[in-house]
Design a protein around this ligand. Sequence first.
Ligand SMILES: *Cc1c(COP(=O)(O)O)cnc(C)c1O
Length: 388
Amino acid sequence: MDDLLMIPGPTQVPEAVRLAVSRQMINHRGPLFTTLYNEIQPRLRRLFGSRDDILIFPSAGTGVMESAIVNLFSPGDRVLACVMGEFGERFARIAEVFGLQVDRLVTEAGKACTAEMVAERLDAQPKGVYKGVLVTHNETSTAVTIELEAVAREVKGRGLLLAVDAVSSVGGIEVRCDEWGIDVLVTSSQKALMTPPGLGLVYVNPQAWPVVEGAKLPRFYWDYRKARASAAKSQTPYTPAVGLWFGLSVALRMIEDEGLAAVYRRHQVMGRAFRAGVGALGLRLLADESSASPVVTAVCVPEGLDGSAFIRELREKHRLVVAGGQGALSGKIFRVAHMGAVTGEQLIEALRIIGRALSGHGLAADPEAGAAAARNVLAGSTADTTRV
Ligand SMILES: *Cc1c(COP(=O)(O)O)cnc(C)c1O
């Protein structure tokens, strides 16, 4: 049996997706690829809330974050970067590396960056100072989700560009890109999209194309203009990761068969169930309930316990694979993902394992209380957490 994989990416890949990935290759300039392209794109458009095709690059999530910077901005542009954790900081760093002036709006670990905070920071400078705003939709390092629609309203209401890192949200948390006026939003295959790592997916707002045309940062591989020209022929400029496209096509079909609304509801319920279980085990959460992520949970390591040793023990003794804290949170938290293909039963099993490991360390945790609290939440909802 495989380990119970509950890290925030790569996530579990359903068997049907794994089988699709292993299919024989096809000519990426031939009719079979056109068919695959045309299978995938309508589904992606519905998932992103986009009229246009989604651009797909062979890439990690970080690659398409870089692509957003080089396609929207010019050297010296000043941007406001919302930093709630490691990934927000990474977006800010990429912008700095490319010569942008970056002001950071930093929140305390576990706190969300709100629309009001963004508005206040933007209004603290004279009009025209900022060119754009960088945000993380779901900060995976602290398990916090922002209200993207409200943030977008403030940013777009001031006529600024909005670039969104939605790497861990698309497929688990709703985005409506056209409607919310987002300029560029990026994600990747290995999180809520239930596909192996290796695809970077990019939404570009139809109205952002003049900005992309005029941006002065150097770009070659990441040039959205070339990707768009190829998209018009149902192709990509360079060799696509064909096997991953096969897998993504199946994963997107699974998401559509379940229904987008049902998928988002399921993630909400999974998040609530896991947090209830964690609470029943007597553990503290890093994030406030109001901004707690539906796709990943950050749990504070109890006083007196060695965080890294605990995570190792979960894996070595109980075959449960969870993630540690990043940066300053290393050793202080552990993170459990409940995104994509994770089922309710797996969630309950993870809580039982964590509870058992805690009692093994003499902590007053009742493994069955954690499991029961989660089970209650799952049973009290109409969401189907038994599939995939
Ligand atoms: C995972 C993740 C990334 C980085 O993805 P890589 O594929 O490791 O480059 C970026 N942002 C967020 C929010 C993530 O969760």
